[in-house]
Design a protein around this ligand. Structure first.
Ligand code: NAD
Ligand code: 2HG
Length: 529
């Protein structure tokens, strides 16, 4: 038996134990290395198949290019601005996140900061702990009937809207990608541009991704146009508010308060805002609850595992989304496609120029892209080329392989099957029983039914009595054990195909004896999977 190396997962930031347990229970070797600096990460990464990070690890192009074995980068949270997604896509590395794991926590942190800023709670606490009793100094303002402007009405922005409505706030919003129907459902009056909405708000909160458009969205012109005493909140990403000019407007008394959880450069231990009593600063705590971290750990462990297994990753940001019901049907066929690809490469001894994949039976009509990726991965595995659904098309093009896919309602007696033809060589697989074990049901047009093992011999010869006995004798005297065997016939040509799973290495000498002993042998292959 060839020993199968466990896939390795590197975790560089604190991940919930529940997530680590999932990865370990799936047989992955998990290393949690919390102290890696950027150079340390570049040095360590070549050994790993997957990397899991939160927001502090910068997964740069340099890291990705050093990552010879990397298949998946998992972000245990929402924002993926710390990952070079373009570099990952070029190398076929799936990037996925856990986009719903911490949104409730982020929305609650937003409400918490907004209330704390309005009621000066942290300042009052500090004063009390200083032994003082200063009631008039900490008089605040209510949220009730105030206008809250929400920038970004996605997952977190939507949850903030729901919560702010419960406080009796008037909601206005800016998000060019939000439909009027969603805004209406959230009770938010939508505005088309930033300049119109900014002067109307008593409170402003941003729930935007970090992009070229959102960085510096708020600067001197916007601050100057705001209501006097406005309170600003940011639990999204540092840099959306220009901090230097925000400090100027706080100092001038134009801005009544700010509550900031995120910073352009983190960790952030000093900034122009640190000196102001009416500015509350928290160290990126939006997602720091046990519930959010447990969800993020569990979700990212599942998605990273799916990526390592070659299944569709529902939250991948650099590959097309496939609905779960399609994924359930097609996903289990990925190992079968890898196996078929690997067999085709060994049988033909070369990279095919033409590949046709047919999804049959209940798979008919399903998106075959992960099956194509699996097959190409199998074909190119001996060339050490990484293929995932992320780069399958580009890889096929680079190797001059023309790929076609088709569907067929009839799976020749099976509920479902996938067949692959590579430059005229045909092979079909179905999945058997609840364990979904791949079984070859057709090879070069011979009907067989066998689950291939890690080593197999495939014979094609003109049928005649005694051939199987000869094979048995030669293998037996070489100490090779036959574990399973299937015979397929082509009656018309009187040709037979024998597919035999064996134990023990078959060397050139044994292959020579088999060729010699079998006489009219058309083909003989020794395949290792
Ligand atoms: N502080 C934390 O720990 C924490 C936790 C969770 C999320 N976050 C951050 O919060 C932000 C929002 O997360 P989400 O899950 O709601 O994301 P989301 O993708 O669901 O929502 C983002 C919204 O922003 C809108 N948008 C994009 N570009 C825009 C633009 N130029 N102008 C206006 N609107 C624009 C989108 O249409 C979308 O509705 C992200 O930056 C995320 O990383 C922070
Ligand atoms: O991992 C964290 O704690 C921060 C996560 C948060 O900023 C996110 O975008 O999900």
């Amino acid at each position: 038996m060839v020993a199968v190396m466990a896939k390795k997962v590197l975790v560089t930031e604190k991940l919930a134990e529940a997530g680590l347990d999932i990865l370990r229970s799936k047989g992955y070797e998990v290393d949690v290395l919390l102290e890696l600096d950027p150079e340390g990460l570049v040095d360590a990464i070549p050994a790993y198949d997957a990397l899991i990070v939160r927001s502090a690890t910068k997964v740069t192009r340099e890291v990705i290019e050093a990552a010879a074995n990397l298949r998946v980068i998992g972000r245990a949270g929402v924002g993926i601005d710390n990952v070079d997604v373009e570099a990952a896509t070029e190398r076929g590395v799936i990037v996925c996140n856990a986009p719903t794991s911490n949104i409730v926590s982020a929305a609650e942190q937003t409400m918490c900061l907004m209330l704390a800023c309005a009621r000066k709670t942290p300042q009052a606490v500090a004063s009390m702990k200083d032994g003082k009793w200063e009631r008039s100094k900490f008089s605040g303002t209510e949220l009730f009937e105030k206008t809250l402007a929400i920038f970004g009405l996605g997952r977190v922005g939507g949850l903030v809207a729901e919560r702010a409505r419960a406080f009796g706030m008037n909601l206005i919003g800016y998000d060019p990608y939000c439909s009027p129907e969603r805004a209406e459902q959230l009770g938010v009056e939508l505005y088309d541009n930033v300049d119109d909405i900014v002067p109307l708000a008593d409170f402003i909160t941003v729930h935007l991704p970090k992009t070229k458009e959102t960085i510096g969205m708020f600067g001197p012109a916007q601050y100057a146009a705001m209501k006097d005493g406005v309170i600003l909140v940011n639990t999204a990403r540092g840099g959306i508010y220009n901090i230097e000019s925000l400090a100027d407007f706080v100092a001038a008394g134009k801005i009544g308060g700010a509550a900031i959880d995120v910073y352009e450069a983190e960790p952030c231990t000093e900034s122009p805002l640190h000196e102001f009593d009416n500015v509350i600063l928290t160290p990126h705590l939006g997602a720091s609850t046990k519930e959010a971290q447990t969800r993020a750990g569990i979700q990212i462990a599942e998605y990273v595992s799916a990526g390592l297994e070659g299944s569709i990753v529902p939250t991948a940001v650099n590959m097309a989304l496939v609905p779960p019901e399609i994924m359930d049907a097609v996903g289990p066929y990925v190992p079968a496609c890898q196996l078929m690809g690997s067999m085709l490469a060994q049988i033909d001894g070369d990279i095919p120029q033409y590949l046709k994949l047919t999804a049959a039976g209940s798979l008919a009509g399903a998106d075959p892209s992960i099956l194509v990726a699996g097959t190409l991965g199998g074909i190119l595995s001996y060339k050490n080329v990484a293929v995932t659904p992320v780069n399958a098309e580009a890889v096929a093009k680079r190797h001059g392989i023309k790929v076609e896919t088709q569907s067929r309602p009839d799976a020749q007696g099976y509920a479902s099957a996938v067949s692959v033809v590579a430059d005229g060589t045909e092979i079909s697989c179905t999945l058997a029983d609840t364990a979904q074990v791949p079984r070859i049901v057709s090879l070069f047009g011979y009907q067989i039914d066998i689950a291939p093992a890690s080593q197999s011999l495939i014979f094609e010869y003109v049928d005649a009595p005694g051939k199987i006995g000869t094979i048995g004798t030669i293998l037996g005297s070489a100490g090779i054990n036959i574990t399973t065997m299937q015979v397929g016939m082509k009656e018309k040509e009187k040709n037979a195909l024998v597919y035999m799973n064996v134990e023990g290495d078959v060397d050139d000498a044994i292959m020579g004896k088999l060729r010699e002993g079998l006489g009219e042998l058309k083909n003989l292959w020794y395949v290792k999977l």
